[in-house]
Design a protein around this ligand. Structure first.
Ligand code: HEM
Length: 127
């Protein structure tokens, strides 16, 4: 059953499910970047730190209580990102959101993800 409201708990489930989807398809270039930076075990401490951080990040976007402090753009420099990775990331993210939230509840996440992806690409000189 899909959620009809955003809570911090379902954001955490959504985030974990998103990265599980990414790690499932190892041939995908997006997956390769994540595996090279964080490893392939979603249950490892390094991945738990990442999923907790991203739960705070998306909670901030959804105006839920959040402790996110960070610089998302900076984190993506020198990671070997290419322009083809962005539509792949977006596709997997949108699919995750659509499987978690009833329309239009998850739209805020999709809109912000798309805007941020465009900013990242521009700042990385990929457009
Ligand atoms: C194009 C594909 C992308 C790849 C391969 C990618 C990969 C990564 C990786 C590997 C990290 C962890 C960095 C580390 O701790 O070493 C990271 C951090 C992060 N990513 Fe991405 N990312 C992508 C796109 C995006 C997009 C579109 C967003 C936002 C909508 C996003 C949001 C974040 C945030 C918030 C962090 C944490 C930054 C911090 O340290 O505060 N990423 N990303």
């Amino acid at each position: 059953m899909k959620y009809n409201e955003i809570t911090k708990e379902n954001i955490n489930e959504m985030v974990i499910s998103f990265y599980a989807k990414i790690l499932k398809n190892r041939d995908n270039p997006v997956s390769k970047v994540f595996v090279s930076r964080l490893g392939e075990d979603l249950n490892s401490p390094i991945w738990k730190k990442h999923t907790d951080l991203l739960t705070e990040f998306w909670s901030m976007i959804a105006s839920k209580d959040s402790s996110y402090v960070g610089n998302p753009m900076m984190a993506h420099f020198n990671m070997g990102l290419t322009s083809e990775m962005f539509p792949m990331w977006i596709e997997m993210f949108y699919k995750t959101i659509d499987s978690f939230y009833i329309e239009p509840v998850g739209d805020i996440f999709k809109q912000r993800a798309n805007n941020i992806a465009q900013n990242f690409k521009r700042n990385l000189g990929l457009v």
